[in-house]
Write a protein that binds this ligand. Sequence first.
Ligand SMILES: C[S@@+](CC[C@H](N)C(=O)[O-])C[C@H]1O[C@@H](n2cnc3c(N)ncnc32)[C@H](O)[C@@H]1O
Length: 377
Amino acid sequence: MIDEKELIKVLQKKNLDKYSNEIMEDLTCLVRKALNSKIKEIKNKQRIIYNDDAKIHFNAKEILSSKELDSLPSWVSDHIETAQIVGKSKKVIQISNGKKYHLSNRLNDLAGGEWTYFLNSVISTRYPTSGEESYAHHIRKIHPSPKPPQLMEDIIKFFTKENEIVFDYFMGVGGTLLGASLCNRRAIGIDLSEKYINTYKDASKYLELNEQKTICANSIEFLTDKKKLNYELKDEEISLILIDPPYGDMLSRPKTGEAVKKGKDTSPTPFTSSTDDLGNMEWIDFLKIFHKSIVNSMFHLKQKGHIVIFIKDLQPKDKELNLLHADIIYRLNKIKNLQYIGTKIWADQSVNLYPYGYPFSYVSNQVHQYIMIFRKE
Ligand SMILES: C[S@@+](CC[C@H](N)C(=O)[O-])C[C@H]1O[C@@H](n2cnc3c(N)ncnc32)[C@H](O)[C@@H]1O
């Protein structure tokens, strides 16, 4: 299944040909696993199509009202000529490749299988940081913690429909805004730093994506005046608030651990030097101000709209637990009309592991972040 000669050529170039047997065995095992899972997936698809064939079918174009036709996601309407309504309930539309969409879906444009896939409580990724698949990481990396646009796109696609509005008031170099452009949503971003906003614009140009609306401001202050965001929204409402706030004052503390051991520069790398920067605040102050920003931004969120927040815990220290995510859930769940509905864990497998604590004690490599999900009731 794998061309051994090709593999040896590649390994020779890297002076690794003595490992060819070991690598060949591993690759064969991986390919076999991938093949088996693909075969299962295709058989499953065939079974679903076969089962549906046995059910009642109607021509979708004939049976749906013009309002229903207008509200279909583009991946369905692009195939409307051959699309079928399947089953007695007349609520499911199927296109020729077997993909199905539920006509009562008010949340997103996903097919049933895609919906289920997103419900996994863990997302484990290894997004490339170079080449085309890195989404201009070489431009965005001036920021200490840029989010991968592909990850943000997946979240946006679950919590919104095409053309709806996403709001990120800690936009940095625009992981959320790029993600929104990738899936044809509109977005508004705010950051304190003009440098980060300009970097987002450069990345957007480089990727030839639609540039989203950006505002350079202290978002906490901006949100206290409802008229300001109303003006930008022009009577529309936000469907998703997707934010990745500073993780307490983690970056504004001197570095410890591996940096110290390797004699590297241990000076802090805060996002900005501004006292308005939530990354330069004590955790207790952060919680208060962050809470206020959520209450103010919720005013512009549609009913049943979602707030999705990224956060990373700090290492426990003495008797301090430093469970930042738990503090936020506890605090925000007290807000009237806001309901905490669950968490996803993002495991970023591209993070390097270090032998922290070796050879004395356990200190975890925190490669995961919490994606906390709230809904406006
Ligand atoms: C964790 S980063 C967000 C990174 C972003 N998700 C990305 O993909 O680049 C947090 C951002 O919040 C910004 N920030 C901190 N306090 C702020 C405030 N009061 N108003 C607006 N932006 C703020 C920082 O400048 C920083 O870029």
